[in-house]
Write a protein that binds this ligand. Structure first.
Ligand code: 5GP
Ligand code: ZN
Length: 141
C-alpha cells in the first residue's frame, strides 16, 4: 500500500466506492467521473504505479476481471451496451492522473449520446509505410 494513493485508500475502505466485484488480486468499482454510463475501473489490490511496473500476475488478473465486467456490460441482462473500450493510460503524457495502475472498462452505446459522449481521440490517417519497419524494430521486446 502506498501512502497518499487514493486507490489504495479505496481498496482499504478508507475512501468509499461503489464496488462492482473483487477477487484475490483485483478490485473493481465505478468511476466517479464516468465517460459513459457504467464506466468502471479495475485495479490491483497491491499498489503498482502503472503499466510499466505492475507484476505480470496482477496485470493478467486485471485483464481477466476487465473482460468479465465487459461481458456483463454487453449482456442483455447487464447494461446492454453495444461495445466496450478497455483503456489504460500510462504516464502523465498519456493522460494518467491516478498513479495506481487501473483499467478503464467503458461501455459504449451506439447512437445514444445521453449514455455515451466519447469521441475518438485521434484523427486516423495512413502511415508512411516506409517508416514502419524501423519503428517496429525499436519496439520489439
Ligand atoms: P486516469 O486519468 O488516471 O486514467 O483515470 C483515473 C480515473 O479515476 C478517472 O476516470 C477518475 O474519474 C477516477 N477517480 C479519481 N478519483 C476517484 C475516486 O476517489 N473515486 C472513484 N470512484 N474514481 C476516481
Ligand atoms: Zn495505490
Amino acid at each position: 500500500m502506498a501512502e497518499d494513493c487514493v486507490f489504495c485508500a479505496i481498496v482499504a475502505g478508507r475512501i468509499p466506492s461503489t464496488k462492482v466485484a473483487e477477487d484475490e488480486r483485483t478490485f473493481a468499482f465505478m468511476d466517479i467521473n464516468p465517460g459513459s454510463e457504467g464506466h468502471a475501473l479495475v485495479i490491483p489490490k497491491e499498489h503498482a504505479p502503472d503499466l510499466l511496473s505492475i507484476p505480470a500476475e496482477d496485470l493478467a488478473a486485471c485483464a481477466l476481471m476487465g473482460q468479465r465486467i465487459a461481458q456483463r456490460a454487453v449482456a442483455a441482462d447487464g447494461l446492454g451496451a453495444d461495445g466496450v473500450n478497455l483503456v489504460n493510460s500510462c504516464g502523465a503524457a498519456a493522460w494518467q492522473t491516478v498513479f495506481h495502475f487501473h483499467l478503464h472498462v467503458i461501455p459504449r452505446y451506439a447512437g445514444q449520446p445521453g449514455r455515451d459522449s466519447l469521441q475518438l481521440p485521434w484523427t486516423p490517417a495512413p502511415a508512411d509505410v516506409t517508416t514502419l519497419p524501423a519503428l517496429a524494430d525499436r519496439l520489439r521486446p
